[in-house]
Design a protein around this ligand. Structure first.
Ligand SMILES: [Zn+2]
Ligand SMILES: [Zn+2]
Length: 647
């Protein structure tokens, strides 16, 4: 008897019954087989060594697939557990899942405490065990036998996990001397793990319950090649150097105050000015694209959020209401600007000829985040969105999407973000019942987004089932200089708020219609965006954005007045220049200016003073020669115009 296996390219191959995904891989090429970590069979990730269930679709998963990676890391957690058990007999084990970067295992070491000093021994043991090429053997186990196994071993955590499982769904995996309760899947054998690094340990309550015992969470990461581990560690080192919290302090951009409160950033003058440049850039771009600025207050009556549905959904998790002396009146800090903008739309009757209407506001919003979740500028409790809401007719969705995509790409260009793709989130293919809005409108809008992205030449991934209940969307996934992914520039269609706020326009047919609402924020929040830009550029901002574009370095105090005059002249040409007023040697001044990341250094000595010029050095490029202050100003302004795409 034979089975038909359909591969991702659509080709169908025939195999004997009982064939495994690994056998299929081998029949294609030995090289491929060496890289197969797991298999996706009829959409389900399984062990590559398990026999295929019959006719099926098959995708072989390698290190290049997210699911392949996760399988490798989860299997590495078992390997680390085996190493820990060998080194510290009697250790009990909680759970060991893969995470975004590696994996962890929660363990109970009894009286023992482990720390950084123990990491090398664990890594060495993992390497030694991995080299044994132990197969991850899957075994179905009856519940009674499973309980007997872990009772004998004395591992109460596994016994507790077993309580939640039914007979018939319990599997064990064994590699070498270690057996774990696990539903899998796993990689074929331990030899795929070539490099291991224990990263850190932390306390973690069993099952996340602070009333239960605190276990030791051991974080680690593994790779199929030593070289990849080395690269990963180098990247982490670089990320540490670029941490926006560290650079934000060094560059005098922002600070936090215990008294003001956690998660509420305070912008220092240089940071506030930088923020203002971002705002002005976006305002100029939006003005060109037909947006109108609106302004709304920071609080709103509870009724607004009852209408919008946010009260029901987020009421408990948001900040406590603000009570006014009037009985029963409750106001909330605004968590988003959309409901306010709906009310502006509603302030007078609208005709189809008025649409699209595009309301923009740099709106500051407040959302409660637990203090443990707060992180620099990326997770805060108060932040400003470059928010806008477009109200349009269904037939205008595509054109509006194309315009917003242009705006987002303008931002990426100005910030030198060149590696991105668009993720389009659509409805579940099978089930359309959980979405609000008419099927006809959804179908049209989904197609409009796909077409808009295609016409703009974007690299796209389409995700079915990822749309919100209220509309499809397009997100940009941007890779920064370190290869980390950030979600930026969300464009979201919304059928819900127009319905809840009963927004209308009178159509050409003289009938009342619902407009489509589009939410979009190219920066997202200014806070998070600045954090991304700091880490992407390592604080070497593009010329148009950087706090100081140049520093004037007088060779001696004799030229200090002239230096100040040059900085003043540059200011008149809209160029931000500082003066190094210290009585240091010129060599020292140049070195310090390079360290402080000034894009340009203007050196001023006897020759320059006599000729009415400055000697220009550019960061990273060296000497540009002597030129008049006027020529230098033209050079800077020309570069800025180029970076801003002619804005
Ligand atoms: Zn497992
Ligand atoms: Zn919105």
């Amino acid at each position: 008897m034979s089975i038909n296996v359909t591969l991702p390219d659509g080709s169908v191959r025939s195999y004997d019954h009982g064939v495994s995904a690994m056998d299929v891989a081998r029949s294609i090429s030995e090289g491929l087989a060496r890289n197969v970590l797991a298999a996706k069979v009829n959409g389900e990730v399984r062990d590559a060594l398990r026999p295929l269930p019959g006719d099926c679709t098959l995708q072989l998963l390698t290190w290049n697939d997210a699911e392949g990676k996760a399988t490798m890391w989860h299997s590495s957690a078992h390997l680390m557990a085996e190493a820990i058990e060998a080194l510290y007999p009697g250790t009990k084990f909680g759970i060991g899942p893969p995470i975004e970067q590696g994996f962890y295992y929660d363990i109970d070491l009894g009286e023992r405490v482990i720390g950084e000093g123990d990491f090398a021994a664990i890594e060495a043991k993992m390497k030694e065990l991995a080299a044994k090429k132990s197969v991850y053997q899957r075994r179905e186990v009856g519940k009674a036998d499973a309980i007997a196994h872990f009772t004998e071993k004395g591992d109460e955590y596994k016994l507790e996990l077993l309580e939640g499982l039914n007979d018939g769904e319990i599997t064990f995996y064994t590699q070498g001397n270690f057996t774990d309760l696990c539903r899998g899947p796993h990689i074929p054998d331990t030899s795929f793990i070539k490099a291991a690094k224990v990263m850190s340990v932390a306390g973690a309550y069993w099952r996340g319950d602070e009333k239960r015992k605190q276990l030791t969470r051991v974080y680690a990461i593994t790779f199929p090649k030593q070289k990849e581990l080395d690269e990963h560690l180098a990247l982490l080192e670089e990320a540490k150097k670029r941490d926006h919290r560290k650079l934000g302090k060094e560059l005098d951009l922002f600070t936090f105050s215990e008294k003001v409160g956690p998660g509420l950033p305070l912008w220092l003058p240089k940071g506030a000015a930088l923020r203002e440049r971002l705002v002005n850039f976006m305002k100029a771009a939006q003005e060109k694209s037909g947006y109108e600025q609106v302004a709304t207050p920071h609080i709103a009556h509870k009724d607004l959020y009852v209408t919008s549905g946010h009260y029901e959904k987020y009421g408990k998790d948001s900040f406590k209401p603000i009570q006014t002396p009037h009985e029963g009146e409750e106001f909330f800090l605004k968590p988003m600007n959309c409901p306010h903008h709906c009310e502006i739309y509603k302030s007078r009757p609208r005709s189809y000829k008025d649409l699209p209407i595009r309301y923009a506001e740099f709106g500051t919003v407040y959302r409660y985040e637990q203090s443990g979740e707060l992180h620099g500028l990326t997770r805060v409790r108060g932040f400003t969105q470059d928010d806008a809401h477009l109200f349009c007719r269904p037939d205008q969705v595509k054109e509006e999407f194309m315009k917003v995509i242009d705006l987002v790409l303008l931002v990426f260009r100005a910030l030198d973000l060149t590696d991105y793709e668009a993720q389009i989130s659509l409805r579940d293919k099978e089930d359309h019942s959980k979405y609000i809005g008419s099927d006809e409108n959804w179908t049209k809008a989904e197609q409009a987004i796909i077409d808009a992205a295609a016409e703009k030449g974007l690299r796209t991934v389409v995700e079915f089932g990822e749309a919100a209940f209220y509309g499809p969307k397009l997100d940009f996934m941007v890779k920064d200089a370190l290869g980390r992914k950030w979600q930026l520039g969300t464009i979201q269609v919304d059928y819900n708020l127009p319905e809840r706020f009963e927004l209308e326009y009178v159509g050409a047919d003289n009938q009342r219609h619902r407009p489509v609402m589009i939410h979009r924020a190219p920066f997202g929040s200014l806070e998070r965006f600045v954090a991304v830009v700091i880490e992407h550029t390592a604080g070497r901002f593009p010329l148009w954005l950087t706090p100081e574009q140049a520093i004037v370095l007088p060779i001696s105090d004799k030229y200090l007045d002239l230096a100040r005059q040059v900085a003043g002249d540059l200011k008149d040409s809209d160029i931000r220049a500082a003066v190094d007023e210290r009585s240091e040697k010129i060599g020292r001044k140049i070195r310090d200016a390079e360290l402080a990341k000034f894009p340009f250094m203007l050196i001023l000595g006897e020759k320059e003073a006599a000729e009415g010029t400055v000697s220009v050095r550019e960061q990273g490029r060296g000497d540009l020669g002597a030129m008049s202050v006027r020529s230098f100003a033209d050079l800077v302004n020309e570069r800025v115009r180029e970076q801003l795409g002619g804005l």
